[in-house]
Design a protein. Sequence first.
Length: 229
Amino acid sequence: MIYSDLREGRFLRARRRILTAFSMAVSFSGRLWIKPTFSHSAFLLFAFRATETKKRQVQSSMRVLGIDPGLRNMGWGMIEVDGSRMRHLGNGVCTSEGTDLSLRLLSLHRQLTEVLREYQPDTAAVENTFVNKDGAGTLKLGQARGIALLVPAQAGLDVGEYAPNKVKKTIVGVGHADKVQVQHMVKLQLPGVILNGPDAADALAIAMCHAHYTRSTRVVAQAKRAMNG
């Protein structure tokens, strides 16, 4: 019945059926003394994203989430792409809380999960980290990057990964551009955007880079199908 609703465009009804079924399952698990886990929130997030994604597929637009990983500040940026047009939806920074590393990672997980729940992206992209002389700092950054990869994967998204130089080359045209140049090009391509800091600006640039390569891949695939068809 849920599949039939989705196929015929009854998205709200499909969402209600999914949430009703899940609520019954959670209620039943409570009577059996089964402790709720992260999979509950992950399932709800996937259920919402699945129905919203189906609706936007009909409308031919795509929401892209870019994530700039960091243990102290994790930037995020959301855009909507329709053909060659891009529209800014939101940007911000997830700031870790707590003193222990485990608690800081947990707070980043919760905040980023809330971003996905609110904006319902169709795909995501994360910037690669590079190894520097500070081995401990690189390791901690890698752990934060693991959260940036995990959260969208839990929601059922495909996650792209891009080197910093590739993002700058795509957005600015120069692989070693500085943050001021990146912010200028982001503002130029997303008129009216208000950036919530350099980390959020980098995240928007990552989203725009992912949108560019995703669109290019689709064009190539369509051309191949046309040639073979």
